[in-house]
Design a protein around this ligand. Structure first.
Ligand code: AP5
Length: 249
């Protein structure tokens, strides 16, 4: 039996035993996008804005691992428990664990509301698995948006990030401050600093991006899906650039 949950991303965050109660709004087009870019470039912020403009659901693999990390240890499979440790250190979770978790949630990829994938795929093996699954399901991507920003600006964004522990909204202490310090504007939840935003984990995450994820830029360029966007400016400006790029494809 499938349980319902009053969260529009419930099936993604919790897994296939839960059904999203809030159905996707019927949109004129079904958008299926991947957001690429180094940690802290602003993928989550853009995914949230694009969700508001395009209606497609913001699906972050990092959010799934963080939701798992908040559960009691005895509710987690050994693979998920190990995944939360990789995440704390800033290392990539092994492909088999990530793919098992995404495959379980493949209903979210088939959803007529569409999707904006944030943080997945992150290795060539993950990108190949996703391509195969989408071909089997006769689904196609509209575009892969790659956000670019110098490393110094990325480190600045990560060090000042604060996240809501309830609704996962993202703020920045100087660039996107909440109206009341430490409190989420959207739901009143408490804001916290992510464990992997400590300097030693940031360094490991940036290395993992260079080694494992940056090659995806070439992979999607060859497939004719890549759209590069310069990620400087305000979040709204970057979102406008992204929408303009998508409209001109
Ligand atoms: P994940 O959650 O995916 O983290 P990430 O890719 O490292 O990306 P971030 O969430 O850190 O940054 P972002 O680009 O979304 O930036 P944001 O919008 O928050 O993954 C976490 C971990 O999970 C990984 O390290 C790994 O261990 C594991 N994992 C997840 N998926 C995996 C996979 N597929 N394979 C293997 N392992 C996996 O913005 C950052 C800050 O900047 C915020 O404070 C924001 O307010 C601010 N900001 C945003 N835009 C602007 C702007 N335009 N101007 C000024 N400030 C801005």
């Amino acid at each position: 039996m499938t349980a319902q949950n009053n969260d529009e991303k419930a099936a993604w965050l919790t897994g296939p035993s839960v059904r999203c109660e809030i159905a996707p709004e019927s949109a004129q087009a079904t958008w299926r996008l991947i957001l690429l870019g180094a940690p802290g470039v602003g993928k989550g912020t853009q995914a949230d804005l694009l969700h508001q403009k395009l209606g497609a659901c913001h699906l972050s693999t990092g959010d799934v691992f963080r939701a798992a990390a908040r559960q009691s240890e005895c509710d987690l499979s050994p693979a998920m428990k190990a995944a939360t440790e990789y995440m704390r250190r800033g290392e990539l979770v092994p492909d088999t664990t990530v793919w098992e978790m995404v495959r379980e949630r493949s209903g979210c990829l088939r959803c007529t509301g569409g999707f904006i994938l944030d943080g997945f795929p992150r290795t060539l093996a993950q990108a190949e698995s996703l391509k195969q699954l989408m071909e089997n399901e006769r689904l196609s991507l509209n575009a892969v948006v790659s956000y670019d920003l110098p490393v110094s600006a990325i480190v600045e964004r990560l060090s000042g990030r604060r996240t809501c522990e309830q609704c996962r909204s993202v703020f920045h202490v100087t660039d996107r401050p909440p109206q009341v310090e430490g409190v989420c504007d959207r739901c009143g939840g408490k804001l916290f600093q992510r464990e992997d935003d400590r300097p030693e984990s940031i360094r490991v995450r940036l290395e993992a991006y260079d080694q494992s994820t940056a090659p995806l830029i070439e992979f999607y360029k060859k497939l004719g899906l890549l759209m590069s966007v310069e990620a400087s400016g305000s979040p709204d400006e970057i979102c406008e650039k992204t929408l303009a790029g998508l409209a001109s494809r």
